[in-house]
Design a protein around this ligand. Sequence first.
Ligand SMILES: O=P(O)(O)OC[C@H]1O[C@H](O)[C@H](O)[C@@H](O)[C@@H]1O
Length: 320
Amino acid sequence: MASSSSDPKNPSLLPVEFTKGVNGLDKVILREASGVSAEVYLYGAHVTSWKNENREELLFVSSKAIFKPPKPIRGGIPICFPQFSNHGILEAHGFARNRVWKVDPESQPSPANSVNKSYVDLLLKPSEDDLKIWSHIFEFRLRVTLGPGGDLMLTSRVRNTDTKPFTFSFAYHTYFSVSDISEVRVEGLETLDYLDNTKGRERFTEQGDAITFEGEIDKIYLSTPTKIAILDHERKRTFVIRKDGLPDAVVWNPWDKKAKALADFGDDEYKHMLCVEPAAIEKPITLKPGEEWRGRQELSAVPSSYCSGQLDPRRVLRGS
Ligand SMILES: O=P(O)(O)OC[C@H]1O[C@H](O)[C@H](O)[C@@H](O)[C@@H]1O
């Protein structure tokens, strides 16, 4: 990971700081000079915080989140691997989110001309016990990068280091913090087909305009564009999600009834969160021995200057 030219005696100036979080769990803090920051737990390689230059938290983490293995952390960005949800024989969302990852000993420095100096490389390999429940040998490398402007990038690389092929599904289960779910809209998923998890994964086609929220939603949108936006009018903020290698996108909000059934989620917290999850679910990924898969999400939070169907061109159209 990046080394620091800042004063090592003052960790609050370091672009990458290794420290302890809740319950003494290992945590990495990424920082940039502009004041933006992110936090990643080695438990689950789980991003639990992403703040803008005004130190405003952009991700939702439940006030009831349990930072104690083997319970996954409720909020932030859980990594769902090698199985999404209960689409298979493993525990819901697979085991990557409740394993302790290592800092990758083979971490590569970023190119000298790269502006991204604040990042951490994490590594998960299956333990003997993991091989008993999923008998495939792999190396999963996750790089979490905080850009100088505050963008948060997660790049996953899964390599088959086994002698036989394996197949997996995947999601970045990103929980965004929103002012009021009833005031939020999602753009980029209009007219797409989706599987409705609340209706036995039946396939439907989304009708009409942007997605808005009036009740529980748990849909897997299929063949989605590389860019999706969440517009939060009250906060005058737009989240832009760019993704690569991840054709699907799950949209989840439990609403009041399901929220009450979740022990690690406050009864009213559904009002202030929305999960939009870049994923590979409908067509799982198969890797032959020696093959590698890459899946990336890049998150930006930009002031909303939304008008007549155009996302803010200064930020959103860059690199699209
Ligand atoms: O409670 P968890 O296992 O973290 O899952 C939370 C949610 O994750 C996804 O969004 C699934 O589509 C939902 O069906 C599930 O309820």
